[in-house]
Write a protein that binds this ligand. Structure first.
Ligand SMILES: Cc1ncc(COP(=O)(O)O)c(C=O)c1O
Length: 397
């Protein structure tokens, strides 16, 4: 069967490839510490499970209205109260996770060859989604020295001929979180161009210390019609398996109506998002948020351990993450990070993802850590990385 060139061009994600390796190692009885995949190790709050369970028990097992049930009003209310974004429920489109909302948005906007400004290191799904939509990523390289952040100058210098600018703050894989001031400076430049911003806000609620989250579209009234906002339940409400996310088309209907109708056309093709799980949206957003404080307190300590222990290894340096649950330490080695990671996994069972899978600056070497495991597990794993690194360097690898 001849496959489409579209799908042939899609690369397997660096993280998924590792998942199968981990499964294989575990099946072989090898003791593995998996820092590879971004799955929360905390349990879903009971009231959120109960909401989906009650919907199932109550018979909400049929198709739901296509762009999401009435619960979309709860998302609109959250956007107004927490993000300063005023939209009607019709401007919120409920999807199979934030990832699906992004997929739709690329499909609806990109003509073949149109360019998407993509800061690196990037979330692995962006380039593949852009390619599937026929577009092309134009990478904006960042490096640890500038805190893995793009600047307004980067945007201005590359805006000509580009259609979309991707912003993911807090960021997977670096844990970087832009300050509201930095976002405003980028917004000032965006407003001098024709760029449309895709603001991926999935890690909104996971920021640490003095980091402050701001929704891009809410920074300036003129951005409302220039920004699409993406979010979902997976990270903050610990339900990645529910597959519930959303895209938000802010701005006046007179300006955004055609785009909204186009997205709805695509959503009609997939009928509806998971129905019982949609009923967890309102209780999650409006219910007790106590679990978040606990999760953040734990993750904040795990972040400190990560930064301290990795920076204590001579030859490894780590920009302290401000959000999400990722760190992207730099390796001072001669060879490739792929080789380093392969050997690390083989000799210690500690699984991290090579930085080359995230479009890091050419010539630089990194790996990504997901700091979700408990403190003792993290400490033991970083100790193993430290002794492995020493041996690796001594062997002249
Ligand atoms: C940056 C980023 N955006 C979006 C998503 C998608 O999340 P979901 O589809 O579960 O809502 C993820 C998941 O890991 C992510 O890291």
């Amino acid at each position: 069967m001849e496959l489409s060139s579209r799908i042939k061009n899609v690369n397997p994600s660096a993280t998924i490839a590792l998942t199968s390796r981990v499964k294989q190692m575990t099946a072989e009885g090898i003791d593995v510490v998996d820092f590879g995949v971004g799955e929360p190790d905390f349990d879903t709050p009971q009231f959120i499970k109960d909401a989906a369970g009650a919907a199932l028990a109550g018979g909400d097992t049929k198709y739901a209205p296509r762009s999401g049930v009435k619960l979309k009003a709860a998302i609109a209310r959250k956007l107004k109260a927490e993000n300063g974004l005023e939209v009607s429920p019709e401007q919120v489109l409920v999807t199979f996770g934030g990832k699906h909302a992004l997929y739709n948005a690329f499909q609806v906007l990109l003509e073949p060859g149109e360019k998407v400004l993509t800061p690196t290191p990037y979330w692995v799904s962006y380039p593949e989604q852009v390619k599937l939509a026929g577009g092309q990523c134009l990478f904006l390289q960042t490096r640890p020295e500038n805190g893995f952040k793009i600047t307004p100058e980067d945007v201005l210098a590359n805006a000509a001929g580009a259609k979309v600018l991707l912003i993911n703050s807090p960021c997977n894989p670096t844990g970087v979180s832009y300050t509201p001031r930095e976002l405003r400076d980028i917004a000032d430049v965006v407003l001098q161009t024709e760029l449309i911003v895709f603001s991926d806000e999935i890690y909104e609620k996971l920021v640490y210390g003095d980091a402050e989250f701001a929704s891009f579209a809410a920074l300036d009234r003129r951005l409302l019609e220039r920004t699409l906002t993406f979010n979902g339940l997976s990270k903050a409400y610990l339900v990645p398996g529910f597959r519930i996310g959303w895209g938000v088309v802010s701005g006046r209907r007179a300006v955004m109506g055609e785009y909204l109708e186009a997205i709805n056309k695509l959503l009609r093709a997939r009928l509806c998002a998971n129905h019982p799980e949609q009923h967890a949206i309102k209780p999650a957003l409006q219910g007790d948020q106590g679990h978040l404080e606990q999760v953040k307190a734990k993750l904040s300590r795990r972040r400190d351990i990560t930064t301290e222990m990795l920076n204590a290894i001579p030859g490894i340096s780590c920009v302290p993450p401000k959000g999400a649950f990722y760190a992207f330490p730099r390796l001072n080695i001669e060879g490739s990070d792929d080789h380093f990671v392969r050997q690390l996994i083989k000799e210690t069972g500690v699984v991290v993802v090579p930085g080359s899978g995230f479009g890091q600056e050419p010539g630089s070497k990194h790996f990504r850590v997901v700091f979700l495991p408990p403190e003792e597990v993290l400490k033991a794993a970083y100790a193993k990385i430290a002794s492995f690194y020493e041996k690796y360097m001594d062997a002249g690898s």
